[in-house]
Design a protein around this ligand. Sequence first.
Ligand code: IVH
Length: 670
Amino acid sequence: MTIAIDIAARYQQLKSEVSALAHAYYVQDDPKVSDAVYDGLFRELQGLEAAHPHLVEADSPTQRVGGAPVSYLEPVKHSAPMLSIDNAMDAEATAKFVREAAAELGISEVDIAFTREPKYDGASCGLRYVKGMFAQAITRGDGETGEDVTAQVRTIQAVPMRLSRDFTGEIRGEVMMTKKDLARLQDTQRAAGDRVSPNARNAAAGSLRTLDPKVTASRRLTFFAYSMVDPETHGHVSQLDVLQDLRVLGFQVSDLAKKVVGLVAVLEAFAEVGSLRDSLPFDIDGVVFKLASFADQSALGWNSRTPRWARASKFPAEERPTRLEAIDIQVGRTGKLTPVAKLTPVFVGGVTVSSSTLHNEHQVNNIKRVRVGDTVIIRRAGDVIPELVGPVLELRPESAPVFKMPEHCPTCGSTVKFIPGSEEGMGEHYCTGGSTCADQRVYRLTHLGSRLCLDIEGLGENSVKDLIAAGLVLKASDLYRLDALKAAQLPGWGAVSAAKLVTGIAESVGRPLRRFLHALGIEGVGEGTSKRLALHFGNWAGVRAATEAELISIPDVGPITAASILAAFQDEHFGPEIDLLASMVKPADEAKVSGGPLAGKVVVVTGTLPTLSREDAKALVESLGGKASDSVSKKTFAVVAGENAGSKLDKAKDLNVPVQDEAWLLAMRG
Ligand code: IVH
């Protein structure tokens, strides 16, 4: 009896000692003992748990090694939406934000108070605690619904499993990978011939969302806390209170977080972080300023998806020179020719850039004005796609030729046709080879198999290229007669890949009509138009027999799209192929909603509704025959507004558009 009590007591003592040492090391960055001493205590704890498994508790530091893999990440609805912050692209925009906030609050610009925090460049995550114990971790997802990553987050040493008091609520912050750990991961990936993570944000998000928590554990992620859901209910009146309390609770909060008062101090505080950026152990992509007091925050309120009381001030874009080695031509699914700049690889803004799209001939010669051989400037701002800014004219070689689109398709040799755009001098070049052009064929088939279309597992760009090269598949309908034995003989394939593809193809039979229509790749018929057509006609026979007048009567379908649909159906090659494909895919009918109480009406959903998520509310609008839109105009039939509806609600009022609530929408179902 006494022995049992002694062991249990020793267990508790050891567990809290090891936890406290880990906290000092991982959260406070202030190791208290040598690694050897820590390891010794950790092993003693492990030994005790192995001998007395009934003692093991969830908050033991030994439980961070990563449990069994999960089969998928369960979706979880957020208790409060996880929204984003508007950017201020430079110091001037930051100053404007400060001045406007001061004016609106009636405070002088020397007295207005903010917190300054780094803008952590990782993956945001919500952590739920019940009575001080870690209970659940959820990724941001689309802001309304995230994914359960509890098992993965348990392995992050900087996330406390037990808080310093009985806190019940949600903490939000950013899961991060340090620059050092990213470099280590990239080395391992390179050595293994795996895809190399491009930056710390991708690596952090990927490591968090893996199905195997042991992988997360091996990545040594860290966590910085920056907010608390419903801070007032926890007795806080300012963001600084919250940050201080987060530290007390046991979280890591950046030392760069502090209160700043007045415009001048804000701008200095921004510049200061900019000068420290490179020396920080982790990536940041700006500075977040939040109005300090929650009373001031509420006074300014929210736009539809962003607080009006906060800004993310971004560091200036990084620019680097490199050489334009060549301009390649890419042939897309529709035959459009796109010039692509091939560059001497250059490291800018945290990524290596070796190519950049130039869109079309007009863009090359009249907008960017670049020539092969030029020294060009590449710019990358924050997380946006790197951009070719323009040439350094002083360095242009005399022989540099003006770019000209080829007259024949570089892939199939067919004549290239220029289709003028709506504005003078603009327009696009197209290969006229249609499905005889190998590139068009590849991208058409890849599109057909893509996730939003027929979603055929195993049919990616590489497998399509192999199938076409071997002559096994020339057009989409050939897929449905694919000989698995022949596919298995393709170089690098084998019976398993072939069987997987054939199963994937078989599973695509009976996909909903809208996906089939999207898969056809008809110009102008994307995801949205496919859906409208499917809902209007209900079945394939209806779509096939549509007249021009009927097509034009559908919202979103104009004369150009109608003509493009009819031309595809009537084309001597494509028409019969479409019919053959339809007979093989047998697209499933959809509930026809040409009528419905909201037929032809545009409805905007905004704010947080009491029971429906934004997506569900929009789907309901569509199922009632209406069109769910994101912007309010005079044509809007109604705005369905929930809590924190911002500018869209204001606009509805300005334009005299009726404002309704969720109950109104639900009642429409009849
Ligand atoms: S507060 C309503 N503070 O940036 C906004 N977010 O653009 C609440 N982020 O998804 C977020 N550092 O992942 C806040 N110090 C910071 C942040 C921060 C990075 C991320 C966060 C959010 C995104 C917002």
